[in-house]
Write a protein that binds this ligand. Structure first.
Ligand SMILES: *Cc1c(COP(=O)(O)O)cnc(C)c1O
Ligand code: SF4
Length: 358
């Protein structure tokens, strides 16, 4: 392990990472025969893996679930006709740069398009990357002005990119600016940092989160092996600072699309005081077909989980409808066509027999 201290890392960069095909080869993460295809992949879709994650990968396991999520592969060059550049339709709901306003009471604010790692299944893979930078000062001002002018906005969701890549100083200033807007009552931050670069969760960053009273952190995490001792400690620091944590996961073939893995993931998150919030069906991002399951597979998994783990461990299985129509729950349905209710064993029951509204 390298002798980095939490405060010595440069403000806008993860502490050490692997980016190019040559570096991936050097670290034994790809085979020599993959080099040319992977060079083509990384020319099209950004790739970065933090040292933290490289240490978690077992190079002898061809099916390693961490490698599957972050190591670029030739399969990404296969584009399916149904795949889209903007799979969840953010673009039509972008009134000013950096803002996505699809639901009346909440907006996404994307202060930057940089991430500490680039997930191979990313739904924003056509817009995120190291060259895409941060919102210019004037653009950020315009985005804040938009939020100020729209008094129906109750919640601001910081996403990107990964907002915790911002320096604590800039993040704190942004949270303070949002907190100063009277109608903004809740600030939510979507991030992968506690898992992929846990050293960034230092005192300065925690102080920045504490600037506003209702800040939630939503951790993006897909496999229990991501939750290393250091990741667990980073989550504990956030929760102990009074910031509630939720998680979101993506259902991914070859990573977590089986009941045992999902059970272990959600149990571990709840043990760390992180409440599983959403399990996303894989979006139709380009070159991600090898990760996608069918909706039927996802529904069967939610049904299996319902029977075997605590309600605390049950996220809502959701689909972001392509074209910008928003997210809807698509989990198992327990009400049969004739009004009977299926229990977790599939047995049908009447409820309540012959009852009608008065
Ligand atoms: C997902 C999303 C949200 C947040 O939705 P919740 O269901 O509140 O988590 C808000 N705005 C946009 C544009 C989104 O895609
Ligand atoms: S952290 Fe989020 S935005 Fe960044 S590459 Fe992964 S899925 Fe995409």
């Amino acid at each position: 392990m390298s002798p980095r201290s939490p405060t010595s890392s440069p403000p806008d960069r993860p502490s050490g990472s692997v980016k190019t095909a040559a570096e991936l080869r050097e670290r034994g993460l790809i085979e020599p025969g993959e080099l040319i295809a992977v060079e083509r992949v990384v020319a099209r879709f950004a790739a970065t893996i933090t040292e933290e994650l490289v240490e978690l990968i077992n190079p002898d396991d061809p099916d390693d679930p961490i490698a599957a999520q972050f190591v670029p592969r030739a399969e990404e060059l296969t584009l399916a006709p149904e795949e889209l550049a903007d799979p969840i339709g953010d673009e039509p709901h972008t009134p000013v740069p950096g803002i996505t306003h699809r639901y009346p009471d909440r907006v996404l604010l994307k202060p930057l398009h940089v991430c500490p790692v680039y997930c191979r299944f990313c739904f924003r893979r056509e817009v995120v990357g190291p060259g895409t930078g941060v919102l210019a000062e004037a653009e950020l001002e315009a985005a804040l002005a938009y939020i100020r002018e729209h008094s129906e906005i109750w919640e601001v969701i910081l996403t990107g990119g990964d907002p915790l890549v911002l320096s604590p100083r800039r993040l704190g200033a942004l949270i303070a600016a949002l907190d100063a807007i009277e109608h903004v009552r809740v600030i939510r931050i979507h991030t992968r940092v506690p898992v992929v670069d846990p050293r960034r969760i230092n005192d300065e960053l925690l102080a920045a989160l504490a600037v506003a009273s209702a800040v939630y952190v939503v951790l993006h995490c897909n496999h229990p092996r991501e939750l290393s001792a250091r990741a667990a400690e980073a989550c504990a620091r956030i929760v102990n600072a009074g910031v509630p944590m939720l998680s979101q996961s993506v259902l991914l073939r070859g990573v977590n699309a089986d009941a045992d893995t999902l059970e272990a993931l959600f149990r571990r998150l709840v043990e760390l005081r992180v409440k599983p919030y959403y399990l996303h069906h894989g979006d139709l991002a380009r070159g991600t077909g090898h990760f996608r399951t069918t909706i039927e597979t996802g529904q069967a998994l939610t049904r299996a989980l319902r029977g075997r783990v605590s309600g605390l461990c049950q996220p809502t299985y959701v689909l972001d409808i392509p074209g910008g129509h928003g997210k809807v729950p698509i989990g198992a349905n327990y009400i049969e066509q004739d009004g009977q209710i299926a229990d977790i064993n599939g047995e049908l029951h009447e409820y309540p027999p012959h009852a009608e509204e008065p």
